[in-house]
Design a protein around this ligand. Structure first.
Ligand code: PLP
Length: 334
């Protein structure tokens, strides 16, 4: 029986059609700018999201890092959520490699950062302080979608206060599909956007940073510096292009599976946070480790977190969700 892996949407395998697209990709040396498939991916996504230029990189972590470093110089500061991936889960890269000081602030339950708190955190122009240059948001944020009018307000604030605005859009398309809008309706508010191809979109590797021509030229230089210049990378870019062109709309299936799972677990008596996209958060408290082992015996992979995150994706079918619900029901009764 194949494993039902709910730990992350990064665990998906490329589909047969995606592998065919990878096999057929035209290749060149991308450090010389000569890989036609990488160039096609970059142009395609920049156009789709309304930016001048884009840069293909191996990971979302690198994409965010290059975005932050392209916006901020040494001794600058970015404002970011305490739970944001760029702040909490990327090894402190912005500080370590970019000498950029993070100014974290607590997020709200809806995944947003209170803009009054953001504004209060902007430092005056005073040589005692780091220079606040950037606000970084994340969408979806732990599965929650930031409302479009919130993004417009964040844009207005950052323009008014002379900051740039970066989006960690690892799951940008989950947000767009959930809102029923083109992704550009979200990205139009930002100066730079990092999009992951290897999460719900189902490509094996890759992220793309989008921005102005000047910003992306700077990021391209930084990419080389951190060792992210790849050669015949079109074999990977082909998977990303395939994902963007064929595997976006199906994200609503992942959202429907997550909604069903969340509702079923709530009916079983679990404490479940409201589900918006492909993530279901369940409060397990002290039973987290026990649940992990219990599920492993049933060929279901989950992490051992007290606030457990279950993620639906391409490789979890509707029948799998029913098996998961049955397993949670059995766990409840022991
Ligand atoms: C919101 C978010 N941003 C960025 C990343 C980083 O992506 P990568 O694992 O490709 O470095 C992740 C990875 O899970 C993520 O969830």
């Amino acid at each position: 029986m194949p494993l039902i892996d709910l730990r992350s949407d990064t665990v998906t395998q490329p589909t047969a059609a995606m592998r065919d697209a990878m096999m057929a990709a035209e290749l060149g040396d991308d450090v010389y700018g000569e890989d036609p498939t990488v160039n096609r991916l970059e142009t395609w996504l920049a156009n789709e999201l309304g930016f001048d230029a884009a840069l293909f990189v191996p990971t979302g972590t690198m994409s965010n890092l290059l975005g932050l470093m392209a916006h901020c110089e040494r001794g600058d500061e970015y404002i970011v959520g305490q739970q944001a991936h760029t702040y909490k889960y990327e090894g402190g890269g912005a500080a370590v490699l970019g000498s950029i000081q993070p100014q974290p602030i607590d997020g709200d339950v809806d995944g947003s950062l209170d803009l009054a708190k953001v504004e209060a955190a902007i430092k005056q122009d005073d040589f005692h302080f780091a220079r606040t240059r950037l606000l970084a948001l994340e969408n979806t944020m732990q599965g929650k979608v930031l409302p479009l009018d919130y993004l417009a307000a964040a844009r207005e604030l950052t323009r008014r206060r002379g900051l740039s605005l970066h989006l960690d859009g690892a799951r940008l398309y989950n947000a767009a599909v959930k809102l029923g809008v083109p992704a550009r309706a979200i990205t139009q508010h930002f100066d730079s956007v990092s999009v992951c191809l290897s999460k719900g979109l189902g490509a094996p590797v890759g992220s793309v940073l989008c921005g102005s021509t000047v910003l992306i030229a700077k990021a391209r230089r930084l990419r080389k510096m951190v060792g992210g210049g790849m050669r015949q990378a079109g074999v990977l870019a082909a998977a990303g292009l395939y994902a963007l062109q064929h595997q976006v709309q199906r994200l609503d299936e992942d959202h429907a599976k997550a909604a069903h799972l969340g509702q079923a677990l709530a009916e079983l008596g679990y404490s479940v946070e409201p589900v918006q996209t492909n993530m279901v958060y369940v409060q397990l408290g002290e039973r987290a480790s026990q649940l992990k082992a219990f599920m492993a015996d049933r060929n279901i992979a989950v992490t051992a977190a007290p606030r457990l995150r279950l993620i639906t994706h391409l490789d979890v079918g509707s029948a799998d969700i029913e098996l998961v619900i049955e397993a949670f029901a059995a766990f409840r009764s022991i």
